[in-house]
Design a protein around this ligand. Structure first.
Ligand code: DLL
Length: 433
């Protein structure tokens, strides 16, 4: 269902007029209030008044994660602290977290966008939302929570973890919408099976999964095991949190970006050049309504492409395709670029292994090696050694043929790969240890 008919279905021209006005205003605002932007604009020889059309956006400089680190923790806030009502942070794998702030109006905006997202996934005020995204500095838990309340649905703030108890609550409270990471969704399915609880007997109709990359095959697996329609939700704390973009039930093909609040661009990650619609590259966002933490041309490092074709759901907002990986997740194995999601697709395609896998990167002499650890189910694991060796050999061959990279495949016993309650750790890089 479309929650905000007025904005979500705006004709392109009207939408762009709003975007331009808001862009001009945010450029003025950051220039006046954030020393970082004032200097960066000056270094690039650009003034807010140079923004006369939407295409002038590309005259503004990019903002990177490093810029946020250099201004840690509150240096990029555009309002005094007494206007900030909430602080979130994303952990990041190295160094200090990235810190973001919200005014009361920002929280209202975010809640509306999350309410729109839940609504796109079929939620109404009659639904019960089992929210297993982590509550805390991570934006997932509270982001969904406020959206659910804004929509008028009933939210169960279960957060991540304590998995067996989650299953009991699901049985007893009868939630109809599940929100968590896709990897945790699979973990929930596994725990339910151990407790002899059949997801078919639960009341879920849809699940809104995101915060980490997942493949189309993974969607099929989740839908099959959890008896629900699985939708992809995208967001990042630097931009607002979850609710930047959402798939719709009708299309289930690409995620609508809420363009009345964010302008998306795709660039060539090596040159910074803006790419034409449809081409794959790095996603860049400019927030045009945020008050406490506006961000100009933020390089997300996420790789995707944009699709401006109309969607049958009626929303006019551009769709981003499923994120296929991050520029900094890319492994270079003996000169070949490999994204974990590509390996996942090959594994899932074969249908003989479980969706639990981990990639171990190591170095032998001067060469990088990649070992794909993947679980098989109980039944296959008790098969003869020869059968397992044969499966290993076939996976190795499929990966070599699809990705042109030589990997070692190691089949492991069921439940030996660590389960995550939030974002799954797919890559273990032993080279850095
Ligand atoms: O992950 C916000 C979020 C919470 C999104 C709940 C969806 C659901 P961060 O912790 O800042 O924020 O991480 C942001 O996670 O740049 C992507 O690399 C990745 N990511 C988020 N959603 C998706 C998705 C939250 N649907 C980073 N597909 C982003 C692929 C995703 N990657």
């Amino acid at each position: 269902m479309i929650l905000n008919m007025e904005f979500e279905t705006l004709p392109r021209e009207a939408l762009e007029a709003i975007q331009l006005r808001r862009l001009q205003s945010v450029a003025e605002r950051v220039f006046a209030t954030v020393p970082f932007y004032r200097k960066k604009f000056a270094d690039s020889g650009v003034k807010p008044s140079d923004i006369q059309s939407l295409s002038d956006l590309r005259r503004l400089p990019f903002t990177t994660k490093q810029d946020l680190r250099d201004n840690y923790p509150f240096g990029m806030f555009a309002v005094p602290m007494d206007n900030v009502v909430r602080i979130h942070a994303s952990s990041g794998t190295t160094g200090k977290p990235t810190v973001v702030g919200y005014t009361a109006r920002d929280i209202a905006t975010w809640s509306e966008l999350m309410a729109r997202s839940l609504s796109a996934g079929g939620a109404t005020r009659d639904d019960i939302i089992h929210n297993a995204y982590g509550y805390g500095l991570f934006t997932g838990g509270l982001g969904v929570h406020y959206g659910a309340e804004r929509l008028g649905a009933s939210v169960i703030p279960i957060s991540g973890g304590n998995t067996r108890r989650q299953i009991m609550i699901m049985k007893d409270f009868g939630p109809t919408i599940l929100t968590c990471t896709p990897s945790y969704a699979l973990h929930l399915a596994e725990a339910a099976a151990e407790m002899n609880v059949d997801f078919e007997s639960l009341k879920f109709k849809s699940g809104i999964f995101g915060a980490e990359p997942w493949s189309e095959r993974m969607r099929e697996e989740i839908e099959k095991k959890l008896y629900l329609t699985a939708l992809d939700i995208y967001g990042l704390s630097e931009v607002i949190g979850p609710g930047v973009a959402i798939e719709c039930l009708e299309g289930k093909k690409g995620l609508h970006i809420f363009e009345d609040h964010f302008i998306a661009e795709i660039i060539n990650p090596d040159t910074g050049e803006v790419l034409p619609p449809g081409e794959r590259g790095e996603l860049v966002f400019t927030t045009i309504t945020k008050e406490a933490f506006p961000i100009i041309r933020y390089r997300t490092r996420d790789i995707t492409s944009l699709n401006y074709e109309p969607c049958k759901c009626g929303r006019t907002m551009v769709r981003m395709n499923r994120v296929s990986g991050r520029t900094d997740d890319m492994l270079i194995i003996r000169g070949v670029n490999v994204f974990p999601s590509q390996i996942e697709s090959v594994l899932m395609e074969m249908g003989e292994v479980s969706p639990h896998y981990q990639l171990v990167v190591d170095r032998e002499g001067t060469l990088d090696t990649l070992t794909v650890m993947v679980e098989v189910d109980e039944k296959s694991f008790s098969d003869e050694v020869k059968t397992l060796q044969n499966l290993e050999a076939r996976i190795t061959k499929n990966i070599r043929e699809t990705l042109a990279v030589a990997v070692k495949v190691k089949l492991v016993e069921p439940k030996t790969i660590a389960r995550s309650e939030g974002k799954a750790q797919r890559v273990i890089d032993k080279r850095k240890i």
